[in-house]
Design a protein around this ligand. Structure first.
Ligand code: 2DT
Ligand code: MG
Length: 204
């Protein structure tokens, strides 16, 4: 018995259906909140506990689109605001097939920034025009100023207020280990909850 690929094919399909999918765990927040440190620690801890977990970050600067974004962020090039917003979005979409594949294989993805950074940073930008001229922050990446980050934080808080989004707020002004413990516990809950729930969409 078996299809064109032989009995192995049936077994793999059976195993995939019986298997648990991975969770999509996104860490969002302003610059220097500790997202990158916490994402790495979370992946290490989940793997040590026997989960399959991998780290992703956006913008993912290694692709062609990512290189355009990196150059823009480093202020080596100028890109029109709407266009750059769409490049950030395209940079996520180009990874979606791979992300879906990994999630369906049971791999949990820990993501350092995702679409919420896209909303928060672009909308924070709309407010900055007058002040931008007065600032002289050379040698730093675009958006890395206190007032800009403050506006991005306000936008994140507005997004958090939407009860249909499953966000958990973590107070990042504690020790790395304390923050890590809380994020790990929340992530374990998320992994359990996701296991038998079909993959949904962010803003469906
Ligand atoms: P990192 O310092 O984390 O590499 O981020 N950004 C990010 C946007 O403006 N839109 C987006 O969609 C994303 C994902 C936030 C570099 C900067 O890129 C901003 C900070
Ligand atoms: Mg940065």
């Amino acid at each position: 018995m078996g299809g064109p690929d032989g009995p192995g094919q049936w077994w793999r399909e059976g195993a995939a259906m019986a298997g648990r999918r991975g969770a999509l765990i996104v860490l969002e927040g302003v610059d220097r909140a500790g997202k990158s440190t916490q994402s790495r620690k979370l992946v290490d801890a989940l793997c040590a506990e026997g989960h399959r977990a991998e780290l992703l970050r956006f913008p993912e600067r290694s692709t062609e689109i990512g290189k355009l974004l990196s150059s823009y962020l480093e202020k080596k090039s100028e890109v029109e605001d709407h266009s750059v917003h769409l490049l950030f979005s395209a940079n996520r979409w180009e990874h979606v097939p791979l992300m879906k594949e990994k999630l369906s294989q049971g791999i949990t993805l820990v993501v350092d920034r995702y679409a919420f950074s896209g909303v928060a940073f672009t909308s924070a930008k709309e407010l900055q025009l007058a002040e931008a001229a007065a600032r002289g922050e050379f040698g730093r990446e675009r958006y890395e100023s206190g007032p800009f980050q403050q506006r991005a934080l306000q936008r994140f808080q507005q997004l958090l207020a939407d009860p249909s989004l499953p966000w958990k707020t973590v107070n990042a002004s504690r020790s790395i280990e304390d923050v890590h413990r809380e994020i790990r516990a929340l992530s374990e809950d998320a992994i359990r909850a996701a296991a038998h729930r079909p993959l949904g969409q962010l803003w469906a």
